[in-house]
Design a protein around this ligand. Structure first.
Ligand code: TYM
Length: 328
């Protein structure tokens, strides 16, 4: 059975970008693949979060994974920092990663711009840690959103390079996976390109009906279509992306028709989107509350996931050590 690996940083609650970009694929893949879904707590350290926030967010994401339907009987769910083997592979991959190529990564350049006082080596080597996460289980498919494309390219590069340097075929070159024809980018409703925590424009799975309504009603729009069947500007496309994600096909067709004949009222469109997101969130939110209050269960799941992940990681690492020349 092919292996699937993916992770999410614990930096707060899961938002709709996380859900539709990654988690929704996890849900399908857990039925067909050997899946490892983890919480990337080491990765979150690049921005120096407070210890209590890491603990809280890690628990939150775990509860939210379960509330979304990730099943610990089917998939291995674990916390990255419970599997120390990843760090050893990270070190080996770093020995074959070049400063120039790391500095050229757009995600590194963006982060360096955002936090000029803390351009740390962890930021620079973020892609090798991500590659180690995936390659430690020899993952071949990685369900992620569009924003992770460059990290995935780097992962393939490091896998290839290790294989070439050591004349081995130990690592497959993993591919990004998306349920849609191409990787998904869930937009923000504030006119910015993407929904994201640092963009401050997220609708969270935990948001209640009133919070969602307020966020959606504030969405940026334009002055309306000026000619029938015209192309939608970016901000309107964004609203339709949400319709596509959470509403029925009929609802989408109804508003599309209204756009095309220039009778659309953005207030109605937003109300509909808010209602449909709220309906989508409601059962997940209830389950998040249940799981969050059951910390014994969360601990048990994290522990058993860590055991399983460690077993797979140890196997890979044993081979890697032999290949590198640590044969004692
Ligand atoms: P992170 O924590 O930023 O995001 C988690 C997942 O959510 C997806 N995502 C989105 N997808 C579509 N539209 C959006 N607006 C949106 N916002 C977030 C991300 O693409 C991602 O799939 N580097 C990773 C975490 C990571 C990882 C890994 C992932 C560490 N190691 C190994 C896969 C495999 C990250 O920062 O994701």
């Amino acid at each position: 059975m092919e292996t699937v690996v993916s992770g999410i940083r614990p930096t707060g609650n899961l938002h709709l970008g996380n859900y539709f970009g990654a988690v929704k694929s996890f849900l399908q893949m857990q039925n067909e693949y050997n899946c490892y879904f983890f919480i990337a707590d080491w990765h979150s350290l690049t921005t120096r979060p407070k210890p209590e926030n890491i603990i809280k967010s890690t628990q939150t994401i775990l509860a939210e994974y379960l509330a979304c339907g990730i099943d610990p009987e089917k998939a291995t769910i674990y916390i990255q920092s419970d599997v120390k083997e990843v760090l050893e592979l990270y070190l080996y991959l770093n020995m074959n990663a070049y400063l120039g190529e790391m500095e050229r990564c757009t995600t590194f350049k963006e982060k360096a711009r955002k936090q000029p006082d803390n351009v740390n080596a962890g930021l620079l080597t973020y892609p090798t840690l991500m590659a180690a996460d995936i390659l430690i289980h020899r993952g071949v498919k990685v369900p992620v959103g569009k924003d992770q494309e460059q990290n995935m390219e780097m992962t393939r590069k490091f896998a290839r390079r290790f294989n070439t340097v050591y004349e081995t075929e130990i690592f497959p070159e993993p591919a990004s996976f998306s349920l849609a024809a191409k990787a998904l980018k869930v937009p923000g409703l504030d006119g910015s390109g993407k929904m994201g925590k640092s963009e401050g424009n997220c609708i969270y799975l935990m948001d209640d009906t009133e919070t969602i309504r307020k966020k959606v009603m504030k969405a940026v729009t334009d002055s309306g279509p000026i000619a029938p069947n015209s192309e939608k500007p970016e901000v309107i496309k964004n609203l339709f992306t949400f319709l596509d994600l959470v509403s029925t096909k009929d609802t989408y067709a109804y508003f599309n028709e209204k756009w095309n004949d220039c009778s659309i009222r953005y207030g109605d469109l937003k109300k509909q989107i808010a209602l449909d997101i709220a309906a989508f969130n409601a059962p997940i939110r209830e389950r998040i509350k249940e799981y969050s209050s059951n910390t014994d269960l969360l601990d048990k799941i994290a522990k058993s996931g860590a055991d399983k992940a460690r077993e797979s990681a140890t196997k890979t690492l044993k081979e890697v050590r032999e290949i590198i020349g640590f044969r004692f």
